[in-house]
Design a protein around this ligand. Structure first.
Ligand code: NAP
Length: 246
């Protein structure tokens, strides 16, 4: 029987590294993406080369109907959902608060916060032992920005990740009695394409990080996969910083 890990925003960056690490650990991988179907297909081929099933599922996580349809397509593939990684996330061009607008705030909160809520809800309905499921694990991608606040760059993005942290702690306590462990991972500055959207030169920040370099997506994936696994059986509501000491 297939045991699926669903990774939102799984086609690139941290999500893609997590997909490969999950496949190596023996799970089948459902790869959600927003626009780049070619990247998702290429990653699916790499998952299959590791001997696991892969399913590419296009959906905007901010859209409730699309999220519901995504989970129905996963149901139709057979097997059991054992894990969800809420990884899909966006930033916006670096700006000060006075120069931001409502459309930007709505999109950041829709994708980063409501998208996480929607996917947690759908997954919990399937994994909850109180609703006939067999339990599972959820890992929410936050950011060290939730603590620093990202002044002068994107306080709005940082606020979305603060909301994700609070959701992680509350939901962890709500769902553990139903057999679902919820935890969070808070990356520092990781080498992915996300920084292009902010217009910032991420590499220039390397010497501000105690470890003196940016992180790699694979290094974040290791933490995510550990939290998904039974090795983390007593870890509930944790926020794990993967940030090189930042
Ligand atoms: P990335 O390289 O930009 O990849 C983003 C992924 O999310 C892509 O697969 C993209 O799909 C997907 N996506 C974007 N909007 C979506 C939506 N509305 N619905 C579904 N999928 C969507 O990002 P990353 O750097 O790997 O970041 C992953 C997570 O880690 C995010 O939550 C981010 O906030 C967090 N994080 C990253 C860093 C960092 O330095 N990289 C630091 C702290 C936290 P398409 O390719 O189809 O567009």
């Amino acid at each position: 029987m297939s045991t699926w890990i669903l990774i939102t925003g799984g086609s690139r960056g941290i999500g893609a590294a997590t997909a490969l690490r999950c496949a190596a650990a023996g799970w089948d991988v459902a790869i959600n993406y927003a626009r780049d179907g070619a990247a998702a297909d290429a990653l699916a081929a790499r998952v299959q080369a590791l001997g696991r099933r892969a399913l590419c599922l296009q959906a905007d996580v901010a859209d409730p109907a699309q999220v519901a349809a995504l989970f129905e397509r996963l149901d139709a593939a057979g097997g059991r959902l054992v894990g969800l990684v809420n990884n899909a996330g966006i930033v916006a061009p670096a700006a000060r608060l006075q120069d931001m607008d409502m459309a930007r705030w709505r999109r950041l909160f829709d994708v980063n916060v409501l998208g996480t809520l929607l996917c947690c809800q759908q997954a919990a309905r399937r994994m909850s032992r109180a609703q006939g499921g067999a339990g599972g694990a959820i890992v929410n991608l936050s950011s060290r920005a939730a603590e620093f606040g990202s002044a002068g760059i994107y306080v709005d993005y940082a606020a979305t990740k603060g909301a994700v942290d609070t959701l992680t702690k509350g939901l962890a306590r709500e769902l553990i009695a139903e057999g679902i462990r919820v935890n969070g991972v808070r990356p520092g500055i990781i080498e992915t394409d996300i920084h292009a959207a902010s217009g910032l030169d991420a590499a220039a920040a390397a010497d501000t990080i105690p470890i003196q370099r940016l992180g790699r997506a694979e290094e974040v994936a290791e933490a995510i996969v550990w939290l998904l696994s039974d090795a983390a059986s007593y870890t509930v509501g944790a926020l794990l910083d993967v940030a090189g000491g930042r």
